[in-house]
Every structure is written in structure tokens, then in C-alpha cells.
Design a protein around this ligand. Sequence first.
Ligand SMILES: O=C(O)C(=O)C[C@]1(C(=O)O)C=C[C@@H](O)C=C1
Length: 393
Amino acid sequence: MKGPGHRRRRPSHQDQTANWVKDYLSSTSPPPQVPALPPDAASPSMSWPCRAALAAFLPRSICYLPAIVLAPPPKLRAARFSALPWRGPLVSTDLSLETERSSVRVTYQGSPGTVIEAMVLNAFPNCIAAPQKRSEGALETVQSSLADKAVLTIENSSIGSFHQSYDLLLSHNLQIVQEVHMDVELCLLALPGVQKDDLQTIFSHPQDLAQCEHSLSNLGVSKKNVDHGAAGAEIISKQNLRGAGVIGSARAAELYGLNILECNFQDASPNVTRYLVLARTANIPKEYEQYKTSIVFGLEEGPGTLHKALVAFWKRDLNLTKIESRPNRGKPMRTLGTEKQFNYIFYVDFEASVAEIPAQNALKELELFRPERRKRHRREKETITRISQDERC
Ligand SMILES: O=C(O)C(=O)C[C@]1(C(=O)O)C=C[C@@H](O)C=C1
């Protein structure tokens, strides 16, 4: 999804000026002119029409900017956007992101022995881990200031997007501040003495089961969804289920007294899961670092509207890394003539900070920066809430 002449780092106006100073000092010739600012390469203005808070940038992580409730412009209906600095994906052996106070409280859907717990403890080695039964609970805990960060599982290299997490991103007023990639090794676990041939049912998180689809069909077993692998391990252990196995981490086997029947049981390797870290506030990354930005918008009906939206990035050489479409839950259907059609919102990630003028201009082209429209959007949301409450009465 790279535009023409894709660049990883474009020299900023400051860089150009620095070069000019260097050239001037090392030569006897008259100074050249400071390069003029092209419209899409100007120094960033920090007068943001958004609720962004400046904070320390965490190196070697991927950080999103504050999620902002945005406007529904005439052609492009925006919900909110966020941005993240991109320093390359992290792997499980390279996860130390902890640069804040050591008692940072990190919450996630999980329990001891889950894969996500391993990711959290690697990424935030000194954190207070606060597992929750559901991701919604984790987000609410951060929203209400009972925790500092929530972790959401967003995508896996084998099975794709975690749609529920995409939907959750819009349900809370939190900012995506980091992204972590972890190569996940899933194991087949069972009670001591149980062989593969004894297994009739396998418990796990639906996404873990999906990552082992092929291996499981070879075993000829039925699948049972539970909250996560560790929950399955606990059930098997407590209920002494000798006909059941679980897909989970080696740590879950250790915690619940199970044997590892097979390591690397997932169908594909590497099997990388992408996690997002959310907080109440986030940084505006500096310009021209390798950041990522995520936006989400809806489109009016018409030929080529998605194309036009994406061209705004292509024109500015902003590399798109991900597009995801989800049902527009506020208005899942729309009428076109006499026909009812599905109505979508689009999540787009691109490699740039919103502190960069090209990114700002691309977003302006999408008509995202209009405070009066933001207000209108909020009112619309309130109306929808009221209607559904009335309907329940
Ligand atoms: O089953 C577990 O242990 C989990 O933590 C579930 C979990 C996750 O990280 O959310 C684990 C890895 C998969 O890629 C998807 C789901």
C-alpha cells in the first residue's frame, strides 16, 4: 500500500535548515537560501483542535495519539482518530517499554497463565498487572482512573483482525498510546497421563482455536470456547477432565499442573499477535519520526468515495499499513433509492505522525478538523442513546 516514492523519513524543515547552517559554516561561499516551505512540508503548528496532551514518548514502541471524537463531514463521516509513533515491531524478547513510574497499573482481559499476561509482564516488567474478565472491564477501569493502561488484542498474523477490539476502540474515550507485537507460541495441554488419542474436546479462546484450526482438525476433536487458554486449563484441572485438552501457554500448564502434549501447536509460524495499549491521554509525537497514525471514518454513498479518501494519503506519499471495515453500529443500514444497504466505518492506519504537515493536510482533506462538526457528532450520539433508552421503557 505504498504511494509513489515511498519514504521512511522525510527531512524536516529543521533538518534542511541545519544542513544549510552546516554548509554555511564549512564553506567560504555566500550562504544559500533557506529552503522554502512547500505546503505539505511546513513546520507543524501545535495549535491542535484536539484534546491532545504532551507526554514522554516511549522509545521502541508504537504509540498512537489521542483518540478524538471527530466530525461527520458531508462526504466523510468521521468518528475519531488516533496516531502512533512507529519504531518497528517488537518481539517477545524485545519488549521492555517501561519508562514510566514502576507502579504503572496495566489492565487486560486475562488471568495468570494467559498469553496476554506474558505480553503485559514483558512490556511493563514492573507494572501492577490488573487482569479483568472482559476487555470492556479493562477499558472501563482505565476510563475511571483505577488503572493507567489497558491492553487490547487487535490482530494476529495468521487469522487477522479481532473485530470486537476494533468495535471497543470506539466505545470508550481512551487514546491508543502504544503497540506491541509478540510472536505467540501456543501449546496443546492436557492432564498428566492423557495422550492425544484420548482427547475429544479442546478448550480455548476462540482466536487461539482459530490459530490451530488445521492441527485441531487433524486431531478430530470438538472445540469449546472459553475466555482464554488459562481458563480452559483451570476447568480441566479442577474438574479432572481426562477427555479434554486446552490450547494455551506453557505457563498455564505449569500453573494448573498440566502436561504439554505439543509445543508450537499453531498452524503457522511466526504467529505474531498485535496488541494495542490504551490510556486516558497520550503524546503528540514529534514530526518526522517513524510514527503511525490511525483514523476511522464513514463514507457517504457514491462511486469512488473510499478511493478519494485513500488518495488523500497516496498524494502525500503516506504509506497505508492497514484498512479494516466494520459495521457502522450507529446506523448499520442505509437506504439507497429503494434498496437497503450495509453501512460501514473504515479504520485506516498510515505511517506518519499527525505532527507532520502532510498528515495534517491529508486529514484536512478528509474534513476531519472542524470543531462545529465535532459538536454535531456528539449531539447525534446523545440522540441515539436517548432513543434507545426510550425504546426500552
Ligand atoms: O488464551 C490466552 O491465553 C490469551 O491471552 C488470548 C489471546 C490474547 O492475547 O488475547 C492470546 C493470543 C492470541 O493471539 C489471541 C488471544
